[in-house]
Write a protein that binds this ligand. Structure first.
Ligand SMILES: Cc1ncc(COP(=O)(O)O)c(C=O)c1O
Length: 499
């Protein structure tokens, strides 16, 4: 018997929720409840053929006795508790609408209407959407910026301190670590700064669900002093797409009941049991075999980095020494390749890799290719990749667009909103020609990749400098994410904003 009576007996090697779903789903029960496909017999044969009978048999609705309702702890509660135990959390919430759902819920819980929160400027779009839902006002914390590569990284403790000193009423800080490029902030120092100002620290660790599972990967944000942490389990660990977890650290900086209510508000009442079961299974795999799987993957990844560095014109990005660009560590499952020396753009190389080798990268930009490895990335694929990339580089003709200059984002990106993102996004908007939009309040979010910093957010005043920056980004071959007019000839601004 375990000491904690609520602890699921058997511990981390067990999967109580997955087991309960399998036991009930496969035993041939008569189903006079949703979903309408009735375990597959009522489904279109094309779907049955595509995803298999078992997936449909296991696709049970919520509210099943002995799975997610009944005597506590139910298998669902036990599964969340095992995840909390493994991640060192006071409480873990399974999310079936991705880490996006977690950001929405955390904004609703911790950044309500009338409050100011500190937000890393290159936070994920779901944080901005969360603020639209909640009505909170962001005060931006500028990320470190790598001029050479045009990449935005994390925020430094000094940058956070400056914002919190100037805004003592802030009670929550939202940061991202690791970033899309794999650089990790100094989370212990950020936590110390936030806490010394009486604020809670939320770390969006979506890209680092594997953190803490091997000595060769960065420590988890929970173990580093964060108060709430998101892990997008589907990104690097083996759960199904759209499944993620929200962890609340031990302590009382976060109102657990309030977070629970807010998670519920942004969750379907018919959350997918397949997604939840996949989270239970992914937690087991990470807890029981994560270190061994990562050991193999990290060894192969390190060899892959060396082989990529040996390809003429290619260089793996990431100064693995502490402190460069504010990054204390780098995620070894991320391989960002600077391809400028090849005379070709990342877009062109990605297209050749796709068309010639059926190989697909996570992100391509003018200057880079970015690979994301899973904790159990097949080693043979990593061995093959460097040969494929070398061949693609060797065979391609240098292109005229490859030498485009990196466009530096203007300082104006730190200006702050003139009205809340909620007012601007939900208010009445009108599309106006871009040249006439200067001085008006944007209803849109527009981000250029690279650098991935949202250039314009709902509630911000559009300036000449910003328009020039967005045009330069487009001319450099990058894309404007989120713009209602991808050609950037018009932009939606608040109607009647007095300008
Ligand atoms: C930093 C960050 N947070 C949150 C998300 C949203 O994650 P999900 O796709 O699981 O909703 C992403 C997605 O890429 C992300 O990059």
């Amino acid at each position: 018997m375990s000491e904690d009576p609520t602890r699921y007996e058997g511990g981390q090697p067990t999967t109580p929720y997955l087991d309960a779903v399998v036991a009930r789903g496969l035993r041939g029960s008569t189903r006079f409840h949703v979903p309408g496909h009735k375990g597959g017999e009522g489904a279109d044969p094309g779907l049955v053929g595509a995803i298999g009978e078992r997936a449909l048999l296991l696709d049970l609705s919520q509210g099943q006795e002995g799975i997610d309702i009944g005597p506590s702890p139910t298998p669902f509660e036990s599964a969340e508790r095992l995840a909390a135990e493994f991640h060192g959390a006071q409480r873990t919430f399974f999310l079936t609408n991705g880490a996006s759902q977690g950001n929405h819920a955390l904004c609703l819980a911790l950044a309500p209407h009338g409050t100011k929160v500190a937000v890393q400027r290159n936070a994920h779009a779901s944080v901005i959407d969360g603020l639209v839902l909640s009505g909170g006002t962001p005060v931006w914390v500028a990320p470190e910026y790598d001029e050479e590569m045009g990449m935005a990284h994390g925020v430094t403790p000094a940058a956070l301190e400056g914002v919190l000193d100037a805004n003592p009423e802030i009670s929550t800080v939202f940061v991202v670590s690791p970033t899309y490029y794999g650089s990790c902030a100094d989370v212990p120092a950020l936590a110390a700064v936030a806490h010394s100002h009486g604020a809670a620290l939320v770390v969006d660790q979506s890209w680092g669900a594997h953190f803490g599972a091997h000595p060769g990967v960065p420590a988890s944000a929970i173990a580093s002093g964060a108060d709430a942490v998101l892990t997008s389990t589907h990104k690097t660990v083996g759960s199904l797409t759209q499944s993620a977890m929200l962890h609340v650290a031990p302590g009382d900086r976060i109102d657990l009941g309030r977070v629970a209510r807010c998670v519920r508000i942004v969750r379907s009442t018919s959350a997918s049991c397949l997604l939840n079961a996949s989270l239970d299974a992914a937690r087991r795999q990470l807890a029981v075999h994560g270190e061994a799987l990562l050991d193999r993957t990290l060894t192969a990844a390190s060899a892959l980095r060396e082989r990529i560095d040996a390809i003429p014109g290619c260089r793996v990005v990431g100064d693995f020494s502490h402190g460069a660009n504010g990054a204390m560590e780098w995620d070894p499952l991320r391989i960002s390749i600077d391809v400028r020396g090849t005379g070709r753009t990342g877009f062109e190389l990605a297209q050749d890799l796709r068309e010639l080798h059926d190989t697909h990268v996570e992100l391509k930009t003018q200057a880079t290719l970015v690979l994301v490895l899973g904790i159990a990335q097949p080693v043979e694929q990593m061995e093959r990749f460097s040969l494929d990339l070398a061949g693609v580089v060797r065979r391609g003709e240098p292109s005229s667009t490859a030498v485009g200059a990196i466009v530096r984002p203007p300082e104006v990106l730190q200006q702050g909103t003139s009205v809340t993102p909620r007012e601007a996004f939900l208010g009445v908007g009108e599309a106006v020609p871009v040249d006439l939009a200067v001085g008006r309040v944007s209803c849109e979010t527009i981000a250029g990749y690279p650098p991935g910093i949202p250039a314009l957010l709902p509630g911000e005043v559009i300036t000449d400098e910003l328009v020039g920056y967005l045009r330069a980004i487009l001319e450099s071959g990058a894309q404007l994410h989120g713009a209602s007019d991808p050609e950037f000839t018009s932009i939606v601004v608040m109607a009647g904003d007095g300008s």
